[in-house]
Design a protein around this ligand. Sequence first.
Ligand SMILES: *[C@@H]1O[C@H](CO)[C@@H](O)[C@H](O)[C@H]1NC(C)=O
Ligand SMILES: *[C@@H]1O[C@H](CO)[C@@H](O)[C@H](O)[C@H]1NC(C)=O
Length: 233
Amino acid sequence: MLCFLLPIVLVSAAIASPLATRQIDTSSHCGVLLDQWGASGASSGSDCAKLTSVSGTTVAWTTNWSWTGGSGVKSFTNIQLDVGLNKQLSQIKSIPTVWNWSQTTQGSIVADVAYDLFTSATSGGSNANEIMIWMANFNAGPISAVYMSNGQPQPVASSINVAGHTWNLYSGSNGANNVFSFLPTSGTIISFSADLNYFLKYLTAYEGLSTSQYLITAQAGTEATSGTATLTT
Ligand SMILES: *[C@@H]1O[C@H](CO)[C@@H](O)[C@H](O)[C@H]1NC(C)=O
Ligand SMILES: *[C@@H]1O[C@H](CO)[C@@H](O)[C@H](O)[C@H]1NC(C)=O
């Protein structure tokens, strides 16, 4: 179950208007509209997703994927917030969310389970900053401008407390925009209930993110690089 406590639409599947007013589509969608932005880097594979239920602002959905080859992310199957966006960070009061999920895998996988937010200098403009809040890291790693001598990414802040959990924060460019990644310092967070605005507030207070930036995108899903898994949420 994933809940943004606001009306949500699913971009991973085929619905593109507020769900409350529509009959929900629980059929499985494979290979299309799944944000398979890196699929061409795979030697083989696919992913599928379907809604299992929608109740108010709570969406239950599942995705199963299998990718072989290539070192980059193949897909980011996600659901996306559709209202309340294009506000300046200084105007945002809260972004409450609850996310409960589980995953089964076959063998070793490379993936994350994460929220992904984007900000822009203008309302509806191009991405300037990406803010990822990872619930889990399965043999993947955050984008980082600096790596330590042991090859591990170097956090810009370590063991910080935000929204009731302890995180290491990484920062770097993906070539198109700046990326901030909050990773839990230990384990995975399979039941998360928080106000995402605390992460934005941390970045504006300590990492130079401008409060005049607009929040233009808020998503939650799984970035899949390789292996086989089913995420149920
Ligand atoms: C999420 O899990 C918590 C703890 O198990 C539970 O109290 C809560 O009702 C769940 N919320 C949703 C939206 O499933
Ligand atoms: C996902 O599950 C569907 C339905 O069971 C199945 O048809 C499809 O082949 C699976 N896809 C992957 C990539 O595992």
